[in-house]
Design a protein around this ligand. Structure first.
Ligand code: ATP
Ligand code: MG
Length: 190
């Protein structure tokens, strides 16, 4: 099984690159952002709670997020592997993911850390905000998301460093250039 964590700041291109990876390697894409936005669209209880947190640039509580991810893994019993996009975003989530996978006798093969500098992230997210319809793609929320990323999510890099699994990917080339670097990293562990 090939299980990938795709990691990076908001706007680093995790969703775009995940689509390419899914096409080439046939993995199941689990995007917590997409899952939460689907709950919001349905108007479920989880969606109602997520809506106000997301539009302010804050995280959904770890225990809820962990339960959601756990349930989503179980939807794909025959998966060849998973790409985890938007999870883990905290150290608690990283530890929970390891134990969730351990119970199923699988593990993370590698973590892709897509690196993009902050001014470029802000530019991309503002540009995306013109058409995305996302409540969090506005200047105020973007700043909050980047702050939360630095405070809560950056430590996750060391978590995978310690396991020798993190791979820094330069996220500022063309989409094709970024994908080529990603393929090199994936193919080196396959
Ligand atoms: P990208 O633009 O690179 O795809 P993103 O950071 O802009 O990523 P999503 O991954 O779509 O956005 O997540 C949107 C929001 O959903 C987050 O800002 C957060 O509020 C919430 N969220 C998503 N994943 C998690 C998580 N693992 N833990 C807590 N909250 C989360
Ligand atoms: Mg996304």
């Amino acid at each position: 099984m090939l299980n990938i964590v795709i990691f990076g700041a908001p706007g680093s291109g995790k969703g775009t690159q995940s689509d390419f990876i899914v096409k080439k390697y046939g993995l199941v894409h689990l995007s917590t952002g997409d899952i939460l936005r689907a709950e919001i669209a349905k108007g479920s209880e989880i969606g109602k709670m997520a809506d106000s947190l997301i539009s302010k640039g804050n995280f959904i509580p770890d225990d809820l997020m962990i339960n959601i991810l756990n349930a989503n893994i179980d939807l794909y019993p025959t998966a060849k592997g998973f790409i985890f996009d938007g999870f883990p975003r905290t150290l608690t989530q990283a530890e929970a993911l390891d134990s969730m996978l351990k119970k199923r006798n699988i593990k993370i093969s590698l973590m892709l850390n897509i690196d993009v500098q902050t001014n470029e992230l802000v530019k991309r997210l503002l540009e995306r905000g013109k058409t995305s319809g996302r409540s969090d793609d506005n200047l105020q929320t973007i700043h909050q998301r980047l702050q939360v990323y630095e405070a809560k999510t950056l430590p996750v890099i060391q978590f995978y460093d310690r396991q020798g699994k993190s791979n820094r990917i330069n996220g500022t080339g063309t989409m094709e250039e970024v994908f080529a670097e990603i393929c090199k990293a994936i193919d080196s562990v396959k």
